[in-house]
Design a binder for this molecule. Structure first.
Ligand SMILES: *[C@@H]1O[C@H](CO)[C@@H](O)[C@H](O)[C@H]1NC(C)=O
Ligand SMILES: *[C@@H]1O[C@H](CO)[C@@H](O)[C@H](O)[C@H]1NC(C)=O
Ligand SMILES: *[C@@H]1O[C@H](CO)[C@@H](O)[C@H](O)[C@H]1NC(C)=O
Ligand SMILES: *[C@@H]1O[C@H](CO)[C@@H](O)[C@H](O)[C@H]1NC(C)=O
Ligand SMILES: *[C@@H]1O[C@H](CO)[C@@H](O)[C@H](O)[C@H]1NC(C)=O
Length: 431
């Protein structure tokens, strides 16, 4: 018996030593599992690097870190990302977006009728209420399922990773909204499987964002507030972390609040200024389209600058020059009630978990609209604590999902595990 132990013992030692020397002398192994953030509006892919512990979010062929979650079905080919977006205006009925809202869900007739008004492509439901998109290819109708749209986006991300690694990629971890039920998770996995990827795990987006900041590795952190403010929706989650285990304690959100509402306020304000200056209402579609783009740019500039300048020619007013200076104060004033609404679901999750702001250890921000300085300061004031802002809020989820991919791929120095416990809590809607 004892000799068996010696053999066992020495073989264990040999493995340990081999591992030790490998770590010192061998080049770091290439990532084998990638992390995919299949978002409603943007999607990205990343990977975790052994030794440095860095995550890189991969750049697609056209030089972007994330691609729009848009797919266009043409007669002779399928476009995805920026290419699909660029032709959307000329091909509205065959350009599909927002597919994530439909994946793995059933809808009532009324819900479909209501949703149809928002979209330029045709929705069709089967007898169970599952929605497909009806497009016309070579003159005949073709039905595309939401998971097929997802798979076209995932395939593009998979190819991006394969180009980067010069090797096939077969395994991935994906993120999903915390509120997704089992069926929605299954259909997300199906979307991955359609591209030949084995989806090792799906994790909740708020959990991924917390992992991006390494909060699963810190023993003194227990309560994490994740605030996700995107283009059109606000989602707030309260997570409990214990020894690398995540449990969602409460979720609340507002499906009608986001960056596009702030843009609309700015657009309305500038139109009222135009009316004052020129005594005419701006209604021309093309002028308004240019103004919308200027408004989006001004909003982004106001994150870093104290003021932005709207500058364009109003063709419908006989090529008059419009110049309008927007200060950050004006932007904050016209949006003040909307910005305050960001606090509502935060209050709701604190009430649901019976936590006071000072019992929350960390605040994590997700989504482009959390870059707005006033949004950050309102959250900080309410919570009496500065939110984490080191990671680009639009890359927090893909970063965390890539860390999880690194853990599942057995990449050192990731020795800690991270597990998500299933939760029974439901999202509370705040309007
Ligand atoms: C990787 O992380 C290290 C710190 O851990 C940092 O110094 C280095 O610049 C990072 N490298 C890349 C390529 O991001
Ligand atoms: C549409 O027709 C073209 C030309 O006949 C053909 O090459 C293409 O494969 C067809 N597209 C589909 C989706 O069937
Ligand atoms: C892979 O991605 C990393 C991080 O974005 C980049 O630095 C590197 O140049 C890429 N390599 C290739 C071969 O594309
Ligand atoms: C999801 O997939 C798992 C594994 O394939 C299966 O056991 C489960 O019944 C599915 N759940 C739903 C709701 O589709
Ligand atoms: C935003 O900033 C850029 C770079 O400073 C500038 O070129 C652009 O004109 C600005 N746009 C607006 C609308 O303020």
């Amino acid at each position: 018996m004892s000799s068996l132990y010696i053999i066992l013992g020495s073989s264990v030692l040999a493995v340990l030593l081999a591992g030790y020397f490998a770590q010192i002398y061998l080049p770091p192994p290439k990532p084998k599992v990638v992390g995919i953030d299949l978002g409603t509006t943007f999607s990205c892919v990343g990977m975790y690097h052994a030794v440095t512990g860095n995550v890189s979010v991969l750049t697609t062929q056209d030089g972007h870190k994330c691609i729009p979650s848009v797919v266009a079905i043409l007669n002779d080919r399928i476009l995805v990302g920026y290419e699909a977006l660029a032709q959307a205006e000329h091909n509205p009925s065959n350009t599909l977006y927002d597919a994530k809202r439909f994946i793995g869900r059933t809808f009532s007739k009324e819900e479909i009728e209501k949703a149809q008004k928002q979209y330029s492509f045709k929705l069709k439901s089967d007898k169970f209420g599952m929605v497909s998109f009806s497009v016309v290819v070579n003159g005949s109708e073709r039905l595309i399922t939401p998971q097929e749209v997802g798979s076209i986006i995932i395939r593009e991300l998979k190819q991006t990773a394969e180009r980067n690694l010069s090797a096939p990629v077969n395994r991935a971890v994906m993120s999903v909204p915390a509120e997704f039920d089992d069926k929605q998770r299954n259909f997300t996995i199906k979307a991955g499987a359609l591209t030949g990827l084995e989806i090792l795990r799906v994790i909740n987006e708020p959990t991924a964002a917390a992992m991006a900041y390494g909060l699963h590795t810190k023993s003194d952190i227990h309560n994490v507030l994740v605030v996700d403010l995107g283009g059109g929706t606000l989602d707030v989650s309260l997570l409990n972390v214990q020894g690398g285990m995540f449990l969602t304690q409460a979720m609340a959100g507002n499906n009608r609040l986001g960056g596009q509402d702030f843009n609309q306020r700015l657009l309305d304000y500038i139109r009222s200024r135009i009316k004052e200056k020129f005594k005419k209402t701006l209604v021309d579609k093309e002028d308004l389209q240019v103004l919308r783009m200027q408004v989006e740019e001004a909003k982004i500039n106001l994150t870093y600058d104290r003021s932005a300048m709207i500058s364009m020619q109003l063709h419908s007013f006989g090529d008059i020059d419009l110049k309008e200076l927007i200060s950050r104060e004006v932007f904050e004033k016209i949006n003040s009630d909307l910005f305050l609404k960001v606090l509502e679901p935060i209050v709701t999750v604190l009430q649901a978990t019976e936590l006071t702001p000072d019992e929350v250890d960390e605040i994590v921000l997700v989504g482009g609209s959390t870059r707005i300085p006033k949004v950050i300061s309102l959250i900080a004031d309410h919570m009496k604590k500065k939110p984490n802002t080191n990671i680009d809020p639009e890359l927090a989820v893909v970063t965390g999902v890539s860390v999880q991919a690194g853990i599942l791929g057995g990449m050192w120095p990731l020795t800690v595990s991270a597990v998500e416990l299933p939760t029974r809590v439901r999202k509370i809607h705040v309007h």
